[in-house]
Design a protein around this ligand. Structure first.
Ligand SMILES: Cc1cc2nc3c(=O)[nH]c(=O)nc-3n(C[C@H](O)[C@H](O)[C@H](O)COP(=O)(O)OP(=O)(O)OC[C@H]3O[C@@H](n4cnc5c(N)ncnc54)[C@H](O)[C@@H]3O)c2cc1C
Ligand code: FES
Length: 281
């Protein structure tokens, strides 16, 4: 298992250093002057000015996967991809250069190396859906930098519910849109079925993040084809560091895990289901 990067104790104040709109999403960047470099798949708990404003909402911090990270002279620049779906994401999506951001992280368990998942792995298949492409983007960058053979498959509902393709900095992305305005008309899991058909599926390491229904489809397809997969899952998170038990997810072997400390990246065969109540939008 790739070693998790440990978060320094407590929240840190950071400066927002950039914002851009990308399709229906927004990428905002924060300069973390004191924190370590995150590992792909880790997340941060975020709050900003305005928290607690709308009749007390949002009250708790919100969990965000890091989509890109780059170290410079003044610290590590963290890029987050956000879709405004509720009070917290609406505030975060309007942050601009010069605004403040409070963060705690990096938190959670990152993605594993392909060779840690599969003996003699032939390469990695990355599957992202909707706003869940964020951790797939930073994973792709890390694996590509080490020359690991990759296929990247991304799926979106329609043009409004999509964006962030520039985070992938590559041409060879397989695209699926449910409305068919670009790429394959249908689900990204249709592309995964095809990718696994052409291969010795057992030699592929599959990595996925997206809405619960997509992750459940990836889990079932990989189980059927004998492919090993890691899923970056979502659950309601109040604390992000193991104290509240709000993020409990049922294990295939019985009992529960706390997704914030035992995930958010989990082996697909470890969980009973990827359909977690209260997650996804
Ligand atoms: C590990 C992890 C990583 C994540 N990474 C990202 C990321 O990179 N980018 C990202 O955008 N999100 C990410 N999320 C999801 C994000 O943290 C949640 O969606 C968060 O709860 C949104 O906060 P919010 O205050 O905007 O909406 P919330 O209030 O939490 O609402 C969330 C959902 O409920 C719906 N909702 C809210 N209020 C109402 C209402 N009054 N009536 C009906 N429905 C309502 C919203 O439409 C939305 O679907 C991640 C979550 C986890 C656990
Ligand atoms: S979010 Fe509190 S225990 Fe996981």
């Amino acid at each position: 298992m790739t070693a998790r990067v440990l978060a320094p104790y407590g929240e840190r104040e950071c400066d927002v250093v950039g914002r851009r709109e990308t399709g229906g999403y927004v990428v905002f960047s924060a300069l973390d002057a004191e924190g370590p470099d995150p590992a792909p798949g880790q997340f941060y708990m975020l709050t900003a000015s305005g928290w607690g404003g709308q009749a007390g909402r949002p009250f708790l911090p919100r969990a965000f996967s890091v989509a890109a990270a780059e170290r410079g002279a003044r610290g590590v620049r963290l890029d987050f991809l956000v879709e405004a779906v509720g009070p917290g994401t609406t505030i975060l999506a309007t942050l601009d250069a010069g605004d403040g951001l409070r963060l705690h992280g990096p938190l959670g368990r990152p993605f594993s190396e392909p060779s840690e998942l599969v003996d003699g792995a032939a390469g990695a298949i990355l599957v992202g859906g909707g706003i869940g492409i964020a951790p797939i983007a930073i994973l792709r960058q890390a694996l590509a930098a080490r020359g690991i053979p990759l296929r990247t498959l991304l799926g979106f509902r329609d043009a409004t519910h999509s964006g962030g393709l520039e985070l992938f900095q590559c041409q060879e992305v397989g695209l699926a849109y449910e409305d068919g305005h670009q790429g394959h008309q249908g689900y990204v899991t249709d592309l995964l079925q095809v990718a696994l058909k052409g291969d010795d599926a057992a030699s592929a390491a599959v990595y996925a993040c997206g809405p619960p229904a997509m992750l459940e489809a990836v889990r079932l397809i990989c189980a059927e084809r004998g492919a090993t997969a890691e899923l970056a899952m979502e659950a309601p998170m109040a604390c992000g560091y193991g104290a509240c038990f709000g993020c409990a997810v049922p294990l295939a072997s019985g009992g529960y895990m706390r997704l914030c400390v035992d995930g958010p990246v989990v082996r697909a065969d470890q969980v009973e289901t990827a359909l977690v109540a209260g997650s996804g939008h």
